[in-house]
Ligand binder design. Structure first.
Ligand code: 13P
Length: 253
């Protein structure tokens, strides 16, 4: 059974004190996860170690970085390498979020390098894909997302693709309060799994967790996560409120 995952993306929010308080509140909410369920917290770089310490002794709760450099090391002021993240014991890194694609001009080829360097350093990428509104309006989203996967992931081996994590985040649904309908989410997730199956075979495709992102909240999580090819969510705004995110975790299949 592939993993069902509630992933938080705190983005560039919260002071350390607020981040600690949020984590404390979540832990106090008594989150309980079954064997094939995980919660992953994508926290700002400076808080990774602190939040990991807070999660010590818990099970099935992990921390992720929100990005890593495509370069190994060297004169790249302000960048954080995959090797650094590995050296502090991290296991997950978000790669290719649409905000980084937009504001930091990250393209599919660069993201392929990031995915590789993450793997070389023992990190599991949480790879984001998804179309902007004008693509959805012309109903070409399937080809658009397929190209993102093809150009950034399809050089990977079957071994690397096994248990991989993809987050489908339609850009028009991020931070807008406008969620994809259950049908739109299921349709794209099934398409992604079918594209994976044609490249790697159905058995491998079946192990990949495909998360939905875009205005997920406690009120809609259960319906979206209930779709057969939706394996949880990548959550922005609602992950900053302990009661909301606890309820989202509780909505996993
Ligand atoms: P919202 O949940 O705030 O729409 O953000 C989604 C997202 O970008 C998660 O990575």
């Amino acid at each position: 059974m592939r993993k069902q995952i509630a992933a938080a993306n705190w983005k560039m929010n919260l002071t350390l004190q607020q981040a600690e308080q949020l984590t404390d509140e979540l832990l106090a909410a008594g989150i309980s996860l079954k064997e094939d369920q995980l919660a992953i917290f994508g926290v700002p770089f400076p808080y990774i170690t602190k939040i990991r310490e807070k999660l010590e002794g818990t099970s099935r709760l992990y921390v992720a970085a929100q990005n890593c450099s495509a370069n190994k090391n060297g004169a790249y002021t302000g960048e954080v390498s995959a090797e650094m993240l590995n050296s502090i014991g991290l296991k997950y890194v978000i790669i290719g979020h649409s905000e980084r694609r937009e504001y930091n001009h990250e393209d599919n080829a660069l993201l392929a390098k990031k995915v590789d360097i993450a793997f070389e350093n023992g990190l599991q990428p949480i790879f984001c894909c998804g179309e902007p509104l004008q693509i959805r309006e012309t109903e070409t989203q399937n080809t658009y997302v397929e190209t993102q996967l093809n150009e950034s992931l399809f050089h990977l081996s079957a071994e690397q693709m096994k248990n991989f994590i993809i987050a489908y985040e339609p850009i028009w649904a991020i931070g807008t309060g406008r969620t994809a309908s259950n049908e739109q989410a299921q349709e794209m997730h099934a398409h992604i799994r079918q594209v994976l199956a044609s490249k790697y075979g159905a058995e491998i495709a079946d192990t990949v967790s495909i998360l939905y992102g875009g205005s997920v909240k406690a009120a809609n999580a259960k319906d979206i996560f209930g779709q057969p090819d939706v394996d949880g969510g990548l959550v922005g705004g609602a992950s900053l409120i302990a009661t909301e995110f606890a309820a989202i975790i509780a909505s996993l299949k």
